[in-house]
Write a protein that binds this ligand. Structure first.
Ligand code: FE2
Ligand code: FE2
Length: 186
């Protein structure tokens, strides 16, 4: 599998870990008050890495696919615009959490709806990529295409799951790795 594809798929697994945390916090599965600070860290991470690095890498793959197989790209739909909408949803999540932090008027219903909408949109998006977009790209792009994409992708490091953990995400990373799929979500 081309290196960028392996990384993009691994990053979907990482995103799913964070979605599980968001979900468990918003549904009250953890008991007690949601940890809004932890959720703010998650929103910050989405703005810093998936929206700023993962999606732009997929955009490069999509543009190359559209060049080589416009029919396949049409079938997938406008992925670049979809990434823009997802980034809007991240900002909306971050704003909602910030408002709660500042004791702004956000009802539990609004909070729950924003989080659930974000989680559902992320999952639907990743599912579409894994079922339609990634296989089409793997089938169509050449080794030269992948090398060119990899050169631009590999200079970016994931601030939580990469080799250089950023200080601001230490708490979040510890929470992620303090449980696995078989234990209770934090
Ligand atoms: Fe994407
Ligand atoms: Fe993706």
């Amino acid at each position: 599998m081309p290196a960028p594809m392996t990384r993009l798929r691994d990053e979907h697994d990482n995103v799913e870990k964070l979605l599980k945390i968001l979900e468990s916090q918003s549904t009250g599965a953890t008991g007690g008050r949601p940890d809004y600070g932890l959720m703010e860290d998650i929103a910050e991470y989405f703005l810093t890495y998936p929206d700023a690095v993962h999606h732009p890498c997929e955009d490069m793959v999509y543009v190359k696919l559209a060049e080589r197989r416009p029919d396949q790209a049409r079938e997938i739909g406008d992925l670049v615009t979809e990434h823009g909408r997802i980034a809007d949803a991240t900002r909306s999540l971050a704003n909602t959490l910030r408002l709660i932090d500042q004791d702004g008027a956000v009802t539990h219903h609004e909070f729950h709806a924003v989080v659930q909408g974000f989680v559902a949109a992320q999952r639907a998006h990743m599912q579409k990529e894994e079922v339609v977009f990634f296989p089409a790209a793997e089938q169509t792009l050449t080794a030269e295409d992948w090398n060119a994409i990899n050169i631009q992708f590999e200079v970016h490091t994931d601030p939580i799951f990469g080799h250089n953990l950023e200080e601001r995400f230490v708490t979040l990373r510890n929470r992620i790795f303090s449980w696995n799929d078989d234990s209770s979500p934090c």
